[in-house]
Write a protein of this length. Sequence first.
Length: 157
Amino acid sequence: MPVYRGFYPKAKLLGVDISSVGIEKCRKTYGHLAEFLIGTEKEVPNVDIVIASNVFEHLTNDKEVAKEILRKAGRLYIIVPYMEEPLMDEHVNSYDEFYFSGLNVLWFKVFHAEGWTESGFRLFKLRVRNLIRLLTGQAMRPRSSQIMFCLAGAVAP
């Protein structure tokens, strides 16, 4: 919220999450910057923009959630791991450039995200594969990438 407030000092900021514990922590830490609401996509009010950062990969009904949000928002930005293989234990979806092609995708961008990282055996496998790539003259792979989609909704932003 501090980043959004810094870039958009006059915007009304609202955070929505299903976790009452998470919402309470946000209210204590960032309550002076934004409002926070316990709920799902059904409780999201009509807004200009929704940013869902590292949420959709946890949802079994992610496309339905996106459609519901797009009925109430001008733009939906979805940030998720890019072509995650194998999936982390708590993730149920892997995303490529075409994942949301049935919706109104305006653009997408793949990027390396500092702080988004593999751990444990996944990190070990990546390091071994990168060692093999190095020895065979192939390009090294970054620890992981993400993809951001911008989708147009029913409400003009």
